[in-house]
Write a protein that binds this ligand. Structure first.
Ligand code: ATP
Ligand code: MG
Length: 618
């Protein structure tokens, strides 16, 4: 093992961020150390070689980009890519561009464009840098792309092919067989140029011809067998209108977008690995012709995020929305950034998640619990605590009037956060009647159940005494039993208050208990809607074995509860819940006040994530 070079310890990544290294960091650090991009100039905006040559030395040490296609809402996979690209730019004195990859003519959807901008900013990143807005749209580069295509034709690197689609497919060959040259491959540059201009001028019908790069029909990499770079398609484009009836192919457009924007490290997912030779071939040709600045960008691939129980494809998520399987793109069960946000995820939790999973070069599945763990770990230190009873049944303290006096309410309090006494306390009252969880009472308790049960005879015939439990932050009580309706449904649980056991008072520990239960006083409880979410799919790999993911939908993924929460969450309370505020409901997990439906007088809480193994007596 070699010890790290002395400079390494003071690299920005290590010094300021203590981030674990990864292969992309190593590549960037090497490029910075070797000055690979030190000579680059920046024309103040994207442009060709001459534009950048007339500019200043690039103030950004590296340039990265996040290039979404605005055809849906971003999901957790995009969040990883955003954290990666913007994070690397931030850590290495660079800039990350936000580029809408809109070269595919589709109907404009400003809804998606706006939501993508929101998502990036909400995650904590910005495309502005030193007064410049690095927000671009790829369709602004159509003129240059056309010029690049004509250049390739003139230099003998591209030709117009008029074979049928079938012929083209057939002549491409396959892994075992080299392709066959198109009969149009030997056209002269002049013929190709004339024909390409006819394509542009609308003289040929859709699909009648394509422009192809002239590379190598025998290449072992099929992507290098004269890939198509322009096609005819009469389609209205939201930015360029009807100006064009030919559009560049993605594999041609993307390297050019990177080059015009002076991107240094173009990071993409592994499925583009086989495109890298073409990426380099194209940019090498355009650099030879002085069309783009040098050194040109390089592409690096990392494994896309696959998360268990989650779909990461905008198209498939759109299907869930369009078929009404969820309430919308921001349904809290959706892995979209808007869905995660509504579920209670914070930018910090998603950044932490991205950091923990790191980047790798081989595909794998990340367990959903890693995402949940990141949320728990970021909420635990900050979220105010509160008591909530999600499935309430009334508990009556039969001797209350006798012990405490009729109608008495006794003050109780609890810390807002157990590790931050400076945050203060929440106050609430206990009286003769409190709400408790229905599951906290058992007529005949199963083994290991330490909550409320009456005196009874167990399965082995032994008499068992009634349980004693503490009402958290309140008193110790001893169970009596329950009142049932005609169907055997429990309508009321009864217990006796044990005097002088109130939490925090002298001698309160004299009665030992095995269980502690949460509760809310009937007198000051606040009714609330609580939405309990579970995974949207029953299977860890919703499409595993090639099945339709719709057959794997978990129909029980949403339960709506009419719950009671403690009064300090209400308007004016110590921890008044406003939309988007997160709390830990003690024993239950982390909840967020729904950003859409929560309102004063009508509280709505979403389960963000449960507490890990929190309640031993569960
Ligand atoms: P989708 O199929 O959901 O539309 P996409 O890859 O086509 O995904 P784009 O909008 O083209 O979506 O992607 C923008 C960027 O986000 C790309 O650089 C892509 O590599 C990255 N990205 C998309 N999905 C993931 C994922 N699951 N993991 C990591 N990065 C991703
Ligand atoms: Mg896509």
């Amino acid at each position: 093992m070699t010890s790290p070079a002395p400079t390494h310890a003071t690299s920005p990544a290590d010094k300021e961020l203590h981030k674990p290294s990864n292969f992309l960091r190593q590549i960037i650090e090497k490029d910075l150390a070797e000055g690979t991009y030190a000579s680059r100039r920046w024309g103040g905006s994207p442009g060709d070689a001459a534009h950048h040559a007339s500019g200043q030395p690039d103030p950004a040490k590296v340039r990265l980009r996040f290039p979404p296609e605005p055809n849906g809402y971003l999901h957790i996979g995009h969040a990883k890519s955003i954290c990666l690209n913007f994070g690397l730019a931030r850590d290495y004195g660079g800039v990350c561009h936000l580029r809408f990859d809109d070269t595919n003519p589709e109907k404009e959807d400003t809804e998606y464009v706006d939501s993508i901008k929101d998502a990036v900013q909400w995650l904590g990143f910005d495309w502005h840098n030193a007064g410049e807005s690095n927000l671009y749209q790829a369709s602004d580069y159509f003129d240059f792309m056309y010029r690049a295509a004509e250049y390739l034709i003139e230099a003998g690197h591209a030709y117009v092919d008029e074979q049928t689609a079938d012929e083209m497919r057939h002549n491409r060959g396959d892994f075992g067989h080299p392709g066959t040259d198109s009969p149009f491959r030997s056209r002269t540059p002049a013929e190709n140029l004339a024909r390409f201009r006819e394509m542009r001028d609308g003289k040929l019908p859709d699909g009648a011809a394509v422009l192809r790069a002239k590379i190598d029909m025998a290449s072992p990499n099929i992507n290098m067998r004269d890939p198509a770079i322009y096609r005819i398609r009469r389609a209205h484009h939201h930015n360029t209108g009807d100006k064009w009836c030919i559009y560049p192919m993605y594999t041609f457009a993307h390297p050019i977008e990177d080059a015009l924007e002076q991107i240094t490290h173009s990071i993409c997912t592994l499925e583009f690995e086989d495109q890298r030779p073409f990426y380099d071939w194209l940019l090498d040709r355009l650099a030879e012709g002085d069309l783009i600045a040098t050194p040109h960008p390089r592409q690096y691939e990392f494994a896309r995020l696959n998360l268990t129980y989650v779909l990461t494809s905008k198209r498939k998520l759109a299907q869930l929305v369009n078929e009404g399987k969820v309430s919308g793109w921001d349904d809290p069960r959706m892995p979209t950034i808007v869905g995660l946000r509504r579920r209670g995820y914070t930018p910090e939790s998603l950044q932490l998640f991205a950091e923990r999973i790191g980047v790798t070069k081989s595909d794998s599945w990340i367990d959903y619990s890693t995402l949940e763990g990141a949320l728990r770990d970021t909420l635990d230190p900050t979220a105010p605590r509160a008591m909530a009873v999600l499935d309430p049944v009334k508990l009556v303290l039969t001797n209350w009037d006798e012990v405490m006096g009729e109608g008495t309410l006794d003050d109780c309090s609890a810390p807002i956060h157990p590790h931050h006494p400076e945050l203060g306390k929440r106050d609430f009252k206990i009286g003769k009647e409190v709400w408790i969880e229905r599951t906290d009472y058992e007529e005949i308790p199963p083994k290991g159940f330490f909550r409320l049960f009456p005196a009874h005879v167990n399965a082995s015939g032994q008499p068992i005494a009634a349980s004693k439990v503490r009402l958290k932050y309140g008193h110790v009580i001893e169970c009596i039993g329950a009142v049932m309706d005609a169907e055997g449904h429990i309508t009321e649980v009864q217990a006796r208050l044990i005097p002088d056991t109130k939490s925090g008072t002298p001698g309160s520990d004299s009665v030992k208990v095995k269980g502690v239960i949460t509760w809310v006083g009937v007198n000051d409880a606040v009714p609330a809607e609580v939405r309990l979410y579970d995974r949207l799919f029953k299977e860890a790999q919703p499409e595993g074995g090639g099945v339709d993911f719709l057959t794997n939908l978990n129909t029980g993924s949403l339960k709506v509860m009419t719950a009671y929460v403690e009064p300090s969450l209400a308007e004016g309370g110590a921890i008044e819940a406003k939309a988007d505020d997160k709390f830990q409901f003690e024993r239950h997990g982390y909840f967020v006040a729904d950003r859409v439906d929560h309102a004063v007088g009508k509280p709505v809480f979403n389960l963000a994530v449960g507490l890990k193994d929190s309640w031993v007596n569960k």
